[in-house]
Design a protein around this ligand. Structure first.
Ligand code: CTP
Length: 441
């Protein structure tokens, strides 16, 4: 009996999938179909799969072509499956031509012509209209945003706004955007949503106006440095059913999300201490060190360590700051946070370097995340008895902005305004801490 194996995501199951499975089945007598998990798809850069794993399995089952359905959950699984199931032929669509030649060592590898004119990507785009996004600002982070947005299907960066006409023009040309604007009202008329990547001080005005005009907002951190203003923005967003999301990339990355779940699962017992550090020696531009532009290590970098602490312990009952200052700027700050049953500390530095690690200590063990923990690719759960230690690995793709972009789009498409990955409450606690720091500074 000739056994055939094929794999796919099979999202929004379509004719192309059916044709492929039918021809795959004709290649032998027994067809095994591997359906990918959401996690695996995320690690290989497929971020916007719409149907759940169960729904995709059901769709494959409904064709009655598969004799057996298996789940594909990790890289390198194909070799194992071929050996385990005694596969004679590995079959896949022609879009993968050449990519699986390495399997020829184990079985025949056949690339079948794809059905023309249909793909899950196209169907996803048709199902939800492409979101027209405009970027506010054309600095460093805006430059990184556009290449990352290409990994998220269903969103298109249409234009850019900033007050500096010459720079905006250069940015538009560099990324071949549809338009540029130096008039914010006109800019807003042309988009469904905005990504605010302008200097800190301008976030509030731009976000407020966008939300009042019915536009969803993805806003660079910190959204504002005043709690009252941040609350005002969320109030407008909620009232108008709009998404307002703080662009803390770590919060949406697969490794960090799993880290938080593991830490909360009780595996290390009760969390008693968190130590999170983020320092930078290379200061990209003078704005970060300019008091008049809200520079300083807490305003620039505090969001990351506070994210880890607040996600795990919530709002502190007391907080203290100790800083090394120069020219009215904090170049290095330690933040101590006190909780009823735990403590935490965050270290941030601009021009002072420390180990960028995260340690979560519990009553049964601890979690160690090496630098750079905010791009979580690896962490270890450690115990007194080291034989119980466990290591976890993930991929944090390039700049990682694709994760926040994907979440932002998903919320809009689902008509949801809150995500557990970063709630408005958590963003507000971070904002309140930064505000407190500035008051006491
Ligand atoms: N396939 C095909 N013809 C199409 C689309 C897909 O033959 N028009 C094949 C793929 O080559 C693969 C299998 O169907 O062997 C599962 O593909 P999958 O990646 O799930 O579907 P796509 O439509 O290609 O999805 P996406 O657009 O997300 O890449």
């Amino acid at each position: 009996m000739k056994k055939v194996l094929t794999y796919g995501t099979f999202d929004l199951f379509h004719e192309g999938h059916y044709n492929l499975l039918k021809r795959a089945k004709n290649q032998g007598e027994y067809l095994i179909v591997g359906v990918t998990t959401e996690n695996y798809d995320k690690t290989r850069g497929k971020l916007n799969v719409q149907d759940s794993l169960m729904k995709r399995i059901e769709a494959v089952k409904a064709t009655k072509l598969a004799d057996e359905i298996i789940i594909e959950e990790f890289e390198g699984q194909k070799i194992q499956d071929i050996l385990k199931y005694n596969i004679d032929k590995f079959v896949i669509g022609s879009d993968w031509r050449g990519k699986f030649d390495y399997l020829k060592e184990y079985c025949d590898v056949i690339y079948l012509e794809r059905t023309k004119g249909i793909s899950s990507t196209d169907l996803r785009a048709k199902k939800n209209n492409i979101l027209k996004l405009g970027i506010v600002g054309c600095g460093r982070i805006a430059n990184r945003f556009i290449p990352e947005s290409k990994y998220v299907s269903g969103i298109n960066v249409e234009g850019v706004f900033s007050l500096n006409e010459a720079k905006t023009k250069i940015f538009q040309e560099k990324f071949e955007l549809e338009f540029m604007e130096i008039n914010y009202d006109k800019f807003l008329e042309k988009v469904d949503a905005v990504y605010i990547a302008s200097p800190h001080k301008t976030h509030f005005e731009y976000a407020k106006k966008a939300l009042e005009s019915g536009k969803h907002v993805l806003c660079e951190k910190p959204i504002t440095m005043e709690l009252k203003k941040a609350k005002e923005l969320y109030d407008i967003a909620f009232k108008n059913g709009l998404v307002l999301l703080e662009a803390i990339k770590t919060a949406f990355s697969p490794g960090f999300i799993h880290l938080i779940n593991i830490a909360k699962s009780g595996i290390i017992g009760e969390i008693k201490d968190i130590d999170a550090t983020f320092t930078k020696l290379s200061v990209g531009n003078l704005r970060e060190l300019d008091k008049n532009q809200d520079g300083g290590s807490v305003t620039e970098l505090g969001t990351y360590p506070l994210l880890a602490i607040i996600k795990l312990l919530g709002k502190p009952k007391d907080i203290k700051f100790y800083s090394y200052k120069k020219d009215e700027i904090d170049l290095y700050t330690r933040i101590f946070l006190e909780y009823p049953n735990a403590i935490a500390s965050a270290k941030v530095g601009l021009g002072v370097k420390s180990e960028g690690e995260l340690i979560i200590s519990g009553t049964k063990g601890y979690i160690y995340v090496p630098a750079p923990w905010w791009k979580t690719e690896y962490f270890e759960v450690r115990f007194e008895n080291q034989s119980f230690n466990k290591k976890y690995f993930y991929k944090f793709e390039e700049d990682g902005l694709r994760y926040e972009i994907s979440e932002f789009l998903e919320l809009i498409n689902r008509n949801s305004i809150e995500t557990y990955k970063l709630t408005s409450k958590e963003s507000l606690i971070i904002c309140e801490i930064i505000e407190k720091f500035r008051e006491q500074f």
